[in-house]
Design a protein around this ligand. Sequence first.
Ligand code: HXC
Length: 258
Amino acid sequence: MAYETLIVETRDHVGLVKLNRPEALNALNQKLLGELICALRKFDEDDAIRCIVLTGSEKAFAAGADIKEMSEKSYVEVFREDLFTAFHDDFLRIRKPIVAAVAGYALGGGCELAMMCDFIIAGDNARFGQPEINLGVIPGIGGTQRLTRFVGKSKAMDMNLTGRFMDAAEAERSGLVSRVVPADKLLDEALSVAAKIAEKPLLAAIAAKEAVNRAYETTLAEGVRHERRLFHALFATEDQAEGMAAFLEKRAPQFRGR
Ligand code: HXC
């Protein structure tokens, strides 16, 4: 399918989605958000795909929600259309792992989008920020909530109140990103990490994603109970039998995603 605002490719078992509105630094307009959900859903439903990489350009992952589009809306309109809620909820329903590969600006909704992915690999030129306050608003898809959980209250307050940007080194130090790589190697690195995930048994990967994300939504005791249910459930999969048998037989496992 041809998209107006995305470039979508597959690399073996990895689905790659590149945000592609270079004229607006990949600002997130409604067209892009709709196409993004569509592309992610297709990969989620495709048995051949086991991990997804979401990226932008070397200059910008995404410079935020599209300010021009937003500026024309009234309170009544954003309230009635429940602006960004459907996108947020639909994105979180994607069950396969999504790796964000962030180079350049990840600001406002762009930073929030990166944080909604399962983890972030940053190019060394990445800049993260929640500058919404400069526009008279605050983040609308998790920038006050996820950022606070990821980097702690002090840095989250600093970023949300001053609108300052965090560079890649600070983002790694603060736990916002899992690794930093040279910007010109970012996509290769992210694809190679995703290829590694794609070798894993898919049901265990989906369960791991679900369980880690649960840690941000519930108490420790509930989270551990949820983890244990998923752990037990994986004993019903062929890949569990195969993984353990392969270990004991000292051979490589042949996972089939069942
Ligand atoms: C619409 C945008 C945009 C945005 C950049 N552009 N960001 N258009 N929405 N968020 C457009 C510019 O208007 C310009 O178009 C072109 O992209 C290049 O941008 P420049 O500003 O000329 O580039 P540069 O000088 O390199 O500065 C880069 C920048 C700056 C620092 C990233 O563009 C910037 O501050 N952008 C806004 C960042 C921001 O405030 N984001 C938060 C948005 S609110 P023209 O046509 O002039 O060439 C938000 C709310 C989230 O995200 C709510 C939930 C989703």
